[in-house]
Write a protein that binds this ligand. Structure first.
Ligand SMILES: C[S@@+](CC[C@H](N)C(=O)[O-])C[C@H]1O[C@@H](n2cnc3c(N)ncnc32)[C@H](O)[C@@H]1O
Length: 278
């Protein structure tokens, strides 16, 4: 029996291809066929919100109207935002070691370049605050293509089951357990939230002043986004991001991501950790 309160979860090949092309034009990312269920589910929700009967009808409207606001909202919703606190913990251990030797006179400037809902930049901020102090002059910019993800980062509220991975001392110092209507939720403490600079930035296009003006950076985390770009776009993105590093600055990518063959002035220090040479 077909439910009547949610749109049918199907999409023709033609509509799927049209939406993937639109997404790639805007984000630089080619959605793989395995993400079809993700695309159909997100389009179904957009259709319901727009009062349209199906994902197929939503795509038809999208293509016909070319309404920039609807296109932006669709691109936003189709982004793949999986993330968690202290993902790939070796990177945070490496950061803590660096910070322990960092000259106090020149506090570090960091950028989390595809921050999703904020778990990555807040993990960085907790390590920075624990090692250097909250008010030690370090800076941290967090950006993402998706405006919704930036908003989620700004809110800094997460389901309690996301706390796995946060070291107990950092959890105690920087996270609050929700009470009353917020029960079952975790909030990042306001003083830490206020230390983050947030901006929307599309890495597939020239970087906005909010990023360029905040650089040069000592350390950039560019993790688990390069996998979605094809090789020419991956090279363009890494080059663009590396230009925002100071010479000698570090670039951290995801463990599953390779920069092999990109021929850029980056020295591999260990898997997923690079240093800008010039
Ligand atoms: C899988 S999440 C990775 C989050 C985090 N860096 C981590 O490693 O857990 C990928 C993020 O990249 C963002 N993204 C996708 N295309 C982008 C683009 N062209 N520019 C900037 N961010 C993009 C998505 O919105 C998503 O939030």
């Amino acid at each position: 029996m077909q439910r009547t309160d949610s749109p049918p979860a199907e999409l023709s090949d033609r509509a799927f291809t049209a939406v993937c092309e639109l997404f790639e034009r805007h984000s630089g990312i080619r959605l793989p066929a395995q993400k079809r269920a993700h695309v159909v589910a997100r389009l179904g929700k957009l259709a319901a919100e727009a009062g349209l009967p199906s994902a197929e009808a939503y795509v038809a409207r999208l293509i016909l109207d070319r309404d920039p606001a609807r296109i932006a909202r669709t691109v936003d919703r189709l982004t793949i935002n999986e993330t968690y606190f202290f993902r790939e913990p070796a990177h945070f251990d490496w950061l803590a070691e660096q910070l322990d030797q960092w000259p106090r006179s020149a506090p570090p400037n960091l950028w989390s370049a595809a921050c999703a809902s904020g778990e990555e930049p807040y993990s960085l901020a907790m390590v920075l605050a624990a090692r250097l102090g909250l008010d030690a002059g370090w800076r941290l910019l967090a950006t993402d293509l998706s405006a919704e993800m930036i908003e989620a980062t700004r809110r800094g509220r997460y389901p309690m089951d996301r706390i796995d991975g946060i070291p107990p001392a950092l959890l105690r110092d920087w996270c609050l357990r929700g009470q009353g209507p917020e029960h079952g939720r975790l909030a990042i403490a306001r003083p830490l939230r206020e230390r983050l600079q947030l901006a929307q930035a599309n890495l597939a296009q020239p970087l906005p002043p909010a990023v360029v003006g905040a650089g040069p950076f000592d350390i950039v985390f560019l993790r688990n986004v390069l996998i979605y770009f094809d090789p020419p776009m991956r090279r363009a993105v890494v080059e663009r991001v590396a230009q925002q590093l100071r010479p000698g600055g570090w670039l951290v990518v995801g463990h599953a991501e390779s920069l092999q063959g990109l021929d850029l002035p980056l020295q591999l220090l260990r898997p997923s950790l690079f240093r800008r040479l010039v």
